[in-house]
Design a protein around this ligand. Structure first.
Ligand code: E4P
Length: 221
């Protein structure tokens, strides 16, 4: 499974890249604006902290197919490999996904609220499909919808990877990992929630204190 970070916070990307096995970084227009830096600076800094095998996802902004494809070409030129253009599954976006795939550009279909939307984007050749799990919960059972999607792709032999997105808590991520999701993109707070537990610190503190009482040191030898 690909564990991807949903952030443009370069320091947090560096920190979590040391701690975890990070497959890549996703951004969207809102995430980029939250970085507090301009688009080009943010993109350059993220590319610098990623190794070339890690994936990087940048979203197109324009509304028409033609404009989206132009932006996709620009995004694609920003890195030699493992760069993907995020394209929302609007009507123009669906057209643009087909065009981008003809040009050999990597595509992540985004702003997905239903399994059917994702399935259609997969038929158009999208490499990744990003259902917005938490936002989907406002309309029904987001987790079930994503599980359906995984099954729809499997029985139809479609190779697009589901990269579940828009997580607000670790339970949502956990349920989809159990379901065999191919990838998740998680915000920084959810990534930390997945690895932190107060019990771990307490246990380590006890071990160290018992060692120190017995041997007068807080190291093995
Ligand atoms: C990632 O690809 C999506 O853009 C992101 O997860 C959306 O998250 P949000 O629902 O918090 O905006």
């Amino acid at each position: 499974m690909e564990f991807i970070l949903d952030t443009a916070d370069v320091q947090e990307i560096k920190n979590l890249n040391e701690l975890l096995t990070v497959a890549g970084v996703t951004t969207n227009p809102t995430i980029i604006t939250k970085s507090g830096k301009d688009f080009q600076t943010t993109v350059k800094e993220i590319i610098e902290v990623l190794d070339e095998e890690q994936t990087f996802f940048i979203q197109a902004i324009s509304a028409t197919c033609e404009e989206i494809v132009e932006e996709a070409k620009y995004i694609d030129s920003l890195r030699e490999k493992n760069i993907y253009v995020k394209i929302p599954v609007t009507h123009e976006g669906l057209k643009a996904i087909k065009e981008c795939k003809k040009l050999g550009i990597g595509v992540l279909a985004t702003a997905i609220y239903t399994a059917d939307q994702a399935f259609m984007a997969a038929m158009n050749g999208a490499d990744y499909l990003a259902p917005y799990v938490n936002r989907m919960e406002n309309y029904g059972d987001g987790i079930k919808e994503v599980k359906d999607l995984i099954e729809m792709l499997r029985v139809n032999g479609l190779n697009s990877k589901v990269v579940a997105a828009s997580f607000k808590n670790k339970k949502q991520v956990h349920e989809l990992i159990v379901a065999g999701i191919q990838a998740v993109t998680v915000p920084v707070d959810v990534a930390y929630a997945m690895i932190n537990h107060p019990g771990t610190e307490i246990a380590v503190g006890e071990f160290t204190e018992n060692w120190n009482k017995a041997f007068g040191r807080r190291a093995l030898v």
